[in-house]
Write a protein that binds this ligand. Structure first.
Ligand SMILES: NC(=O)c1ccc[n+]([C@@H]2O[C@H](COP(=O)([O-])OP(=O)(O)OC[C@H]3O[C@@H](n4cnc5c(N)ncnc54)[C@H](OP(=O)(O)O)[C@@H]3O)[C@@H](O)[C@H]2O)c1
Length: 324
C-alpha cells in the first residue's frame, strides 16, 4: 500500500485526492522507489484539468521525482536497494512509494539532493533540450524567456546567460522581476502592464530576438512573433495561460519568414543515451555553479491541491516540491 494523490474526475485542484493505493511488487525490469521529493509542474495541472489526456481514470498525477530504491524486480541488474535515483515519467509521481522502469532512472551523484533531482528531471531536462537541441544558444544571441522567474524560466535564464546570450525575461510582478534579474536576466519586462513586444524592440534597438521561449501560450503568442528578428525561431513549449489558438501559417511569413516549433520533452529525451546525456549535462552544470537549483517552496504531498492552486494563481516562484 502507498499513499498517493489521484484524480478520479477531471477538474480543478479540489479533485486531487490523497488516499491509500495498492502497490504491486516491482515487475520485470522495474524497481520500487521510496520517494523523498516530487517535482511540482504546470504539466500536472494540465493532466488534472484534462488539457493533457491520461489514458484513463483514476490516475496518479506527477511526472518527476527522486528517492531511494527499496526493491528490484526480476532482471534488474544495474540498480540495487539503497541507490539514490531520479526520473521523469508519464504520471504516477504523486506517491510515497512507486514502481518505475529501471531503464528510465538516473543515479544521483552525492552532491545532488533529492529535492534538486526532483525538479531537474523534468524542468531541467526540458531546459537542456530547449537551449541545446531545439535551438543552440550561443554567445551573441538575444533570447526572450517568458515567465523567467518560474520553474523552467529560472533554470533557462541561468543557463542561457552562462551560454553567453543576452537574456530578456518577462515576469508577472516586481518581486518576480527581481528574481529574474538575480537569475541572470539582462532585462526584465513586466508583461502584465507593459507591451512586451514594444519593450523588446526598444531594448534591442529594433534588432529583436533570435529565439523566443514561450511556455505561457495564448496570452503571449502574438507578442512573441513580433519580438523575433527575420528568420528567428518561435519555440512554443507550454500553455500556462491557455493553448495557442489555431493560426494562419502566413503569419510566420508576415513577421519575417519565422520558424516555429512546438516541442516536447518525450521527443528529445526518448532514448537511454539521450537521458544520460541530458542528466550528465545538468549535473555538470550544477557542480560548475552554472545552475543554482533553489527549492522556493515545499508542500506536504497531502497538500497537493494547495500547491496546484498556488501554481495556477502565479504565486509560486522557481521550483517547488511535494514531500511525501
Ligand atoms: N514542452 C515541454 O517539454 C515542457 C516541459 C516542461 C514544462 N513545460 C511548460 O513550461 C511552462 C512552465 O512550466 P513550470 O512548471 O515551470 O511552471 P512555472 O513557470 O513555474 O509557472 C507558470 C508561470 O507562467 C506564468 N503565467 C503567465 N500567464 C499565466 C496564467 N494565465 N496562469 C498561470 N500562469 C501564468 C506565471 O509567471 P508570471 O507570474 O511571472 O507571469 C507562472 O508562474 C508550462 O507551460 C509547462 O507546460 C513544457
Amino acid at each position: 500500500m502507498t499513499k498517493a494523490v489521484r484524480v478520479h474526475q477531471l477538474g480543478g485542484p479540489e479533485v486531487l485526492t490523497y488516499e491509500d493505493v495498492e502497490l504491486a511488487e516491482p515487475g520485470p525490469g522495474e524497481v520500487r522507489i521510496r520517494q523523498h521529493a516530487i517535482g511540482l509542474n504546470f504539466i500536472d495541472c494540465y493532466f488534472r484539468s484534462g488539457l493533457y489526456k491520461a489514458s484513463g481514470l483514476p490516475f496518479i498525477v506527477g511526472n518527476e521525482g527522486a528517492g531511494e530504491i527499496t526493491a528490484v524486480g526480476p532482471g534488474v541488474t544495474n540498480f540495487h536497494p539503497g541507490d539514490r535515483v531520479a526520473y521523469y515519467l508519464n504520471l504516477g509521481g504523486y506517491a510515497t512509494e512507486r514502481n518505475a522502469p529501471a531503464d528510465k532512472l538516473v543515479k544521483l551523484p552525492d552532491y545532488i539532493t533529492y529535492e534538486q533531482a526532483a525538479v531537474l528531471m523534468l524542468k531541467g531536462l526540458t531546459v537542456f533540450y530547449l537551449l541545446h537541441k531545439t535551438f543552440q544558444v550561443q554567445p551573441g544571441h538575444r533570447v526572450l524567456i517568458h515567465a523567467a522567474a518560474g520553474g523552467v524560466g529560472s533554470l533557462a535564464t541561468q543557463w542561457a546567460k552562462a551560454l553567453g546570450a543576452t537574456v530578456i525575461g518577462t515576469a508577472g510582478s516586481k518581486e518576480k522581476a527581481d528574481l529574474a534579474l538575480a537569475n541572470g536576466c539582462d532585462h526584465v519586462i513586466l508583461y502584465k502592464t507593459e507591451d512586451f513586444a514594444e519593450r523588446v524592440k526598444q531594448i534591442s534597438r529594433g534588432e529583436l530576438c533570435d529565439v523566443v521561449y514561450d511556455g505561457v501560450g495564448k496570452d503571449t503568442f502574438q507578442g512573441s512573433l513580433k519580438s523575433l528578428r527575420r528568420r528567428g525561431l518561435f519555440v512554443s513549449f507550454g500553455n500556462a495561460s491557455g493553448p495557442v489558438p489555431p493560426f494562419n501559417l502566413a503569419e510566420l511569413n508576415n513577421h519575417g519568414s519565422l520558424f516555429a516549433t512546438r516541442p516536447k520533452l518525450a521527443d528529445h529525451i526518448a532514448t537511454r543515451a539521450e537521458l544520460i546525456e541530458g542528466a550528465d549535462a545538468l549535473f555538470a552544470a550544477v557542480i560548475s555553479g552554472t545552475l543554482h537549483v533553489p527549492i522556493n517552496k515545499a508542500y506536504a504531498l497531502k497538500d497537493a491541491a494547495k500547491a496546484h492552486t498556488d501554481l495556477e494563481a502565479r504565486i509560486t516562484t522557481g521550483s517547488s516540491v511535494l514531500k511525501p
